[in-house]
Write a protein that binds this ligand. Structure first.
Ligand code: FAD
Length: 508
C-alpha cells in the first residue's frame, strides 16, 4: 500500500512523530509563544512575482497583506536587473499594434512546451498562457508601454518589450501601488523559516529577522513564497546545474535559493533542478577567476546584423542564427567554455543603431567605452592576422573560415550551417572581436506546485496554505526557457495567486 504523508503521521501518532521525524521537516515546527503580527496573506520577496501577488491580493479584497523583503530595496533583484522582455498572448498592446492574438492561449502554450522539449508541466504552462495577458494589461493600465516584438519561438509577435527596457519598470509600478493600496512592506526583513503545524502539512506563518531581531508573522489565509531562483549562489549552480559547473552567473546576488531550502525543509518537493537558462555570450565582470559574476552580451542579436560565431580554433561551429542558449549547450556538450564573435564595423554599428541593449545592465556610454578601449571583452583588430593572434589560433584556419563564409554570403547560401541571416562579407578591417563564455542565471527548476500554485510535498499533496510564484517554481519551462517567459511567468502567476487567495479559492 502506498502511504501518503497524512496516513503516515496518523499511523505514528503526533507524539511519536515529534520525537522521531522522518525528515528534517519536523525540526521546523517551532511555533512562537506569541506572534508579533498577524495578517491574512503574507508574501516573501519583492520581485515581480511577490509584488504582483501582494498587489492583486489587496486589490481583490484581502484585508491585510504583509510583504517581507530581505534587501534594503525592491530594486536589488533579478526582476530589476532584467531586460524586461515578457511573453504573453492576447494583450491590449498586441491589439493596439494590430497583432490579433486573442483566443490563442493554447497555441502559445504549445510553443512554450516545444522549446522545453515537452518536459514542462502542461498544466502550469496552460495556467501561465491563460493568465499572461491579464498581468501585462494591468501594467499597461498603470502606464507601462509595451511593444510586441518577434521571437523565433512564436508564430506571432508575443514577446513584449517595455518602454524603459528594464524589469525595474515593473518593480517601480508595482511597488508604488503596494504603497498606495496599503500593503505592509517590510524591507531589510529576511525570512528564515516557515512555521508549520505539528504534522508539518499546514503553514501557519514565518520567522523572519529584522534588524537582528526575530519577527514572527502569522498568515491566516496563506504564505506565498516568491524568493526567486538560486543562480545567485554559485555553490547551488555547481551542485545542480552540472553541465555548467564553474560557469559565470548573471543572477542577482539575492537569488540564493533560500525560499527553496526553507520549503524543502518542511517537506516540499522540487523538480527540474538540473536545468537553468544559460546564455552563450557571457562577459566576466572581473579578471579574478574566483569572481563568478558575469553580464549577458546579446551576441545572438548582433548575429542578426551579420556577425559570426567562432570557436577558439577560428572555425564556425554552429548556425549563427541559433539562440544564445543553443550556443551554450553546444559548448557544454563539447567541454568548451570560450566562444568568439566577429563583426565588421558596419555590422556592429547597425546592431547599435537598431537595438537599444547590447550588454544587459550596461548603458550605451559604457558599451561605447568598451568598444573603443576594450578591457572587458571587445578587441578592435585591424586585420585577420591581428584577429588570429588575439584568439591564439592559426591564421590559415581563420582565413579559410572567412573565405568560405564570404563565398556563402555572396551566393546567399550557407552550405555549412544553413544560416539564414547573412549580412555583409568580412573583407577589410577594422573588425571587432568579442570573447565570451557561457553565463548561467535563471533558475528553471524549483518547487513543485499544482494548478492553484500550492506547493506540493514529496507525496504530491499540497502543503496547506503554502503557495509559490516566480522563478522559485519548477516545471514551467521544461529543459530550457524562451527569453521573456521567466519574468512573464512571475508576473502572470504572481498576479493570479494573489487574486485566488482573495477569493479564497487558493486555500484548500
Ligand atoms: C540580468 C537578467 C536579465 C533577465 N532578463 C529577463 C528577460 O528579459 N525576460 C525574462 O523573462 N526573464 C529575464 N530574467 C529572469 C527574470 O528576471 C526572473 O526570472 C524574474 O524576474 C524572477 O522574478 P521573481 O519575482 O521570481 O524573483 P526576483 O526578482 O529574484 O525577486 C525575489 C525577491 O525575493 C527576495 N528574497 C529572497 N530570499 C528572501 C528571504 N529569505 N526573505 C525575504 N526576501 C527574500 C529577494 O531579495 C528578491 O527581492 C533576467 C534575469 C537577470 C538576472
Amino acid at each position: 500500500m502506498n502511504m501518503n504523508r497524512r496516513m503516515f503521521f496518523k499511523s505514528m501518532g503526533a507524539a511519536t512523530v515529534a520525537a522521531a521525524p522522518i525528515s528534517s521537516a519536523l525540526a521546523n515546527v517551532v511555533s512562537p509563544k506569541k506572534w508579533d503580527q498577524t495578517c491574512e496573506v503574507l508574501v516573501i520577496g519583492a520581485g515581480a512575482a511577490g509584488l504582483f501577488a501582494a498587489v492583486s491580493a489587496k486589490e481583490s479584497g484581502v484585508k491585510s497583506v504583509v510583504l517581507l523583503e530581505k534587501a534594503a530595496s525592491p530594486f536589488l533583484n533579478s526582476t530589476s536587473l532584467s531586460a524586461g522582455s515578457v511573453n504573453a498572448t492576447g494583450t491590449k498592446a498586441q491589439f493596439a499594434a494590430g497583432v490579433e492574438d486573442r483566443g490563442n492561449a493554447a497555441e502559445f502554450a504549445k510553443e512554450v512546451e516545444k522549446t522545453g522539449k515537452g518536459l514542462a508541466d502542461p498544466q502550469l504552462v496552460k495556467l501561465f498562457a491563460e493568465n499572461s495577458a491579464m498581468a501585462l494589461d494591468w501594467l499597461t493600465d498603470h502606464g507601462v508601454v509595451f511593444t510586441p516584438q518577434p521571437n523565433s519561438a512564436f508564430r506571432l509577435k508575443r514577446m513584449h518589450g517595455c518602454d524603459k527596457h528594464t524589469g525595474a519598470q515593473y518593480v517601480d509600478v508595482l511597488f508604488q501601488n503596494t504603497k498606495k493600496i496599503g500593503v505592509d512592506i517590510k524591507l531589510n526583513t529576511k525570512v528564515v523559516e516557515l512555521i508549520t503545524n505539528t504534522e508539518a502539512n499546514e503553514v501557519l506563518g514565518v520567522k523572519a529577522e529584522s534588524n537582528g531581531k526575530p519577527l514572527y508573522v502569522r498568515a491566516t489565509k496563506g504564505v506565498v513564497i516568491a524568493t526567486g531562483g538560486f543562480c545567485g549562489d554559485v555553490n547551488m549552480i555547481d551542485k545542480f546545474i552540472l553541465d555548467f559547473r564553474g560557469a559565470l552567473t548573471f543572477a542577482s546576488a539575492n537569488s540564493e535559493g533560500q525560499g527553496l531550502k526553507m520549503a524543502e525543509k518542511i517537506g516540499a518537493a522540487s523538480t527540474h533542478m538540473n536545468f537553468a537558462a544559460v546564455y552563450g555570450y557571457g562577459v566576466p565582470m572581473s579578471k579574478d577567476k574566483n569572481n563568478r559574476k558575469g553580464w549577458i552580451f546579446r551576441g545572438h542579436v548582433m548575429n542578426l546584423y551579420g556577425s559570426i560565431t567562432l570557436n577558439k580554433e577560428g572555425r564556425r561551429f554552429i548556425n549563427d542564427d541559433q539562440n544564445s542558449t543553443k550556443v551554450a549547450q553546444f559548448l557544454a556538450s563539447h567541454q568548451e567554455r570560450t566562444v568568439y564573435q566577429l563583426a565588421t564595423e558596419a555590422q556592429l554599428s547597425d546592431f547599435m543603431q537598431n537595438d537599444p541593449i547590447q550588454v544587459i545592465s550596461w548603458d550605451r556610454t559604457k558599451f561605447n567605452q568598451e568598444k573603443e578601449e576594450g578591457g572587458q571583452f571587445i578587441n578592435k583588430v585591424n586585420s585577420l592576422e591581428e584577429c588570429a593572434s588575439e584568439m591564439g589560433c592559426s591564421f590559415d584556419t581563420l582565413k579559410n573560415t572567412i573565405d568560405v563564409y564570404n563565398r556563402s554570403v555572396a551566393s546567399g547560401n550557407d552550405e555549412e550551417f544553413g544560416r539564414r541571416f547573412m549580412k555583409g562579407q568580412f573583407l577589410s578591417g577594422p573588425f571587432y572581436l568579442f570573447k565570451c563564455t557561457p553565463v548561467v542565471g535563471i533558475t528553471i527548476g524549483g518547487l513543485k506546485v499544482n494548478q492553484r500554485m500550492q506547493v506540493l510535498n514529496e507525496y504530491g499533496e499540497p502543503i496547506s496554505k503554502l503557495f509559490a510564484a516566480g522563478e522559485i517554481v519548477g516545471g514551467l519551462h521544461g529543459t530550457s526557457y524562451i527569453g521573456g517567459c521567466s519574468l512573464a511567468g512571475a508576473l502572470a502567476l504572481g498576479r493570479m495567486v494573489g487574486e485566488q487567495l482573495a477569493k479564497n479559492q487558493a486555500a484548500p
